[in-house]
Write a protein that binds this ligand. Structure first.
Ligand code: HEC
Ligand code: HEC
Length: 220
């Protein structure tokens, strides 16, 4: 009798949580990574099966990013809030459930080991200063103040940028500056990117790219 009661309670609790928030199924996401959305290229062609991405080609690392952040970006490409001619055609056929699935898959991949720093010590020191303390003379807050301790990400809104590829970071900061990327809530990133000098931008990208990433909560 008691056993049956618990089973019922558990079942209704699962039903309730299911109704509140749809869940991604990583195993189904893996299929999408291999096959694509039916019209575009498979994700693995650029992001890799493991989500490691590629620094030279500026393909972002997806492994270990927050699943909800990944899903938001895909929705933004599809609504035109974020524009990329390379990315858009690969995800525009995905259903909402498939978006959640592929996000769950990449979020659950272990983060790859970071590439060795190639910038010299002076550049790395400037990058670390911007990342951890900012530049208050020029109204630039520390990246950490939003992206979380050591820039490992904070909740669903502030992605981990430590261990993201330096070339991709640079490209995104430039995209915000030029107005090409404008999907940040309340223009939080636009304000920061606009104030960085060229030298600071290069340095912070080099520094962040050389930090070991830690997976977002729920990842590995
Ligand atoms: C032809 C190469 C290519 C393929 C195939 C591809 N992507 Fe991308 N992806 C990119 C590039 C390049 C970017 C960065 C674009 C930009 O500047 O916005 C990107 C960005 C992203 C982002 C944003 C990451 C972030 O940190 O904000 C997500 C999420 C993403 N891709 C998911 C996918 C998924 C899921 C698939 C497969 C269904 C896929 N991509 C297929 C090249 C590709
Ligand atoms: C005031 C808060 C805030 C500060 C400070 C901030 N960011 Fe961001 N950043 C954001 C938000 C919010 C996003 C996610 C935007 C979105 O949803 O697409 C973001 C996204 C990014 C991305 C894109 C990551 C990806 O995977 O595509 C990069 C790169 C980035 N920030 C770099 C920086 C750097 C470098 C600094 C420090 C110089 C910095 N940010 C400081 C709020 C901030």
């Amino acid at each position: 009798m008691l056993k049956r009661y618990w089973r019922l309670t558990l079942a209704s609790a699962l039903l309730v949580s299911g109704a509140v928030q749809a869940q991604g199924v990583a195993a189904n996401g893996q299929q999408i990574v291999m096959q694509g959305d039916g019209s575009g290229a498979p994700c693995l062609a650029c992001h890799g099966m493991d989500g490691a991405g590629n620094n030279l080609a500026s393909f972002p690392r997806l492994a270990g990013l927050d699943a909800e952040y990944i899903a938001k970006q895909i929705r933004d490409y599809n609504s035109g809030k974020r524009v990329s001619v390379v990315m858009q055609p690969n995800v525009d056929n995905l259903t909402e459930q498939q978006i959640l699935d592929v996000a769950a898959y990449y979020a659950s991949q272990p983060v790859p080991k970071v590439e060795a720093a190639t910038a010299d010590a002076e550049v790395m020191a400037l990058g670390e200063k911007i990342a951890k303390r900012g530049d208050w003379n020029n109204y630039i807050p520390a990246c950490e103040s939003c992206h979380g301790p050591d820039n490992q990400g904070m909740g669903v809104s502030f992605p981990g940028i430590a261990g993201q590829h330096a070339n991709y970071i640079k490209q995104q900061l430039n995209a915000w500056r030029s107005g090409e990327r404008h999907n940040d809530p309340n223009q939080l990133m636009t304000g920061v990117a606009e104030r960085l000098s060229e030298q600071q931008l290069e340095a912070v990208a080099a520094y962040l790219g050389a930090q070991q990433a830690v997976a977002a909560e729920g990842g590995q």
